[in-house]
Design a binder for this molecule. Sequence first.
Ligand SMILES: *Cc1c(COP(=O)(O)O)cnc(C)c1O
Length: 386
Amino acid sequence: MDIKTLDSEYIANTYKRASLVAISGHGATIVDENGREYIDLGAGIAVNAFGACDEAWRAAVTEQLGKLQHISNLYYTQPQAVLAEKLCERTGLKKVFFGNSGAEANECAIKAARKYSHDKYGEGRHTIITLEGSFHGRTMATLTATGQESLHVHFGPFLDGFKYASPNDSNALDAACDETVCAVMLEIVQGEGGVRTLDAEYLAHAQKLSIQRDLLLIVDEVQTGNGRTGSLYAYMQFGLTPDIVTTAKGLAGGLPFGACLLGEKVKDTLSAGTHGSTFGGNPVCAAGAVSILSRLDDKLMNEVAQKGIHIRRTLDSAQGVKGVSGLGLMLGIETERDAGEIVSECLEKGVIVLTAKKKVRLLPPLNISYEELNKALTILLEVISK
Ligand SMILES: *Cc1c(COP(=O)(O)O)cnc(C)c1O
């Protein structure tokens, strides 16, 4: 049976798949079952940081694969320790917990925030404020944290102790902050929520409030992290000092990996036995992440920012485009035409793009060439202006 038939027969229908059957790829090129090539402006939802099968990344991963694939967190492994050191050095956060996904990184953040508050203040100070339109994952706790009612139908009852505030509204944040609150959790650019960037003043207010009330500022950088927005982490562009940073998607360049970075206040909150993950910190994924992180330097970050500006200039006043949002190479395009139709027509014409709510979303590999980018943008504009 062909792949599509097998898939629809035997795989749970949680995804509405596009028509592409992806077989292989190199860089920003994906190849389908008929040998047809596509320019990839999605990077597997911001996961393939340097595109498909990047050589340096592959060498790092396969080298570790030839040594040891897994041993569990009952023992020490080198890639995990080296990666944690580098992440802490480059962020100023103090310790790292490794998991396998964004949701797990956020689960860790939620547990750390609650335990910090419980250790220090006792019962009743457990509420986490998140923002309307946010996305924090699909597990029960992270789904509860996700401020989108449309995702909440069917799955109740939800966890106690989450409250949603309207984004970019400092007064609403103040109003939500009662004595039960222990943390504020936000994305610098809401990804799944429609590529919406938070205001600098709002972020500064959230930071100030967190310090004043000893709330933990949790920044979810699962999508915005690892160079995506033109800085290693997006919060760095806003001068924030988060207490907890979570990340995943691009972290290991295509392998399932997540990290919860813990700042000074919470670095020792999670003690032995309070949290864990069998696969978390897997040496093969960690080796991939070390390789990726070593290349996310100032030069590359500058290139990401420049490419973002180039895309904006190309799209901004183009026919059929109402506006462009986002940061670096995480961009949302508001279009006159239906975004879903644009995505499928682009695919037919050999360009992979995504949606985010009603926008067309671009998350290309960080090292995509201007040649590939321009070729793809020409096709995208053709489709948008139709
Ligand atoms: C994708 C995403 C998640 C969930 O990550 P998974 O790896 O799918 O669990 C959480 N937060 C944000 C901001 C995301 O974009």
